[in-house]
Design a protein around this ligand. Structure first.
Ligand code: FMN
Length: 202
């Protein structure tokens, strides 16, 4: 067993433990925005689409992010909960892939997160019909000014269309760069309450 590198024999039984360690190591290595992840979803016509979102927590429940639920990604997930996430960290040259089902976070959790955001972000959530075609920047800035005026002097309420998701992993794969393209890949597959681990060819 090569204990110095990624190997199914020397990784934690729980992939979330390894994920937390790699995220912390990416941050310590100076990787910019290590919480940025690609989220892939599937539309009603079967076409995939992908975009970046920010990880806002990862634990035994899965990977959390927040967005406008009326957006393309939100509509996709309402029709097909399957989602895929990808992280890439350089340095140190690592990738994590996640596949699983996305479920909506309870409203109180979305409210707590929304309340923690800067006020400008909260107002922006009211101003933007994410993904809709707009005639220019002026209507967006007007919508922002209207929302700011509406909530002036009080807290900004959580819009009904805005909230969080948690992706519960079914498959997770950890990839680490090695020389001569002989990279290390370890795949975890959910198996009842636990996980099985395998090495994949690079
Ligand atoms: C680094 C980065 C982080 C982002 N984080 C988020 C996020 O957490 N939530 C979000 O709704 N959009 C986020 N975005 C914007 C999305 O990539 C995307 O433009 C937007 O959510 C609309 O996607 P959709 O039309 O496919 O639903 C982020 C973009 C970048 C580049």
């Amino acid at each position: 067993m090569d204990t110095g590198h990624l190997d199914p024999g020397n990784v934690p039984a729980d992939p979330m433990e390894l994920f937390a360690r790699w995220l912390a190591e990416a941050r310590a290595a100076g990787c910019h925005e290590p919480e940025a992840m690609t989220l892939a979803t599937t539309g009603a016509d079967g076409a995939p689409s992908a975009r970046m979102v920010l990880l806002r927590g990862a634990d035994a429940r899965g990977f959390r992010f927040f967005t406008n639920r009326s957006s393309r990604k939100g509509r996709d997930l309402a029709g097909d909960a399957r989602a895929a996430l990808t992280f890439y960290w350089y340095p140190p040259g690592r990738q994590v892939r996640v596949e699983g089902d996305a479920g909506e976070l309870p409203r109180d959790e979305s409210e707590a997160y929304f309340a923690s955001r800067p006020r400008g972000h909260q107002v922006g959530a009211w101003a933007s019909a994410q993904g809709q075609v707009i005639a220019g920047r002026a209507p967006l800035e007007q919508a922002y000014a209207d929302a700011a005026a509406r909530f002036q002097g009080g807290p900004v309420a959580l819009p009904g269309y805005w909230g969080g998701y948690v992706v519960r992993p079914r498959v997770m794969e950890f990839w680490e760069a090695r020389t001569d393209r002989l990279h290390d890949r370890v795949m975890y597959l959910r198996d009842g309450d636990g996980w099985t681990r395998s090495r994949l060819s690079p």
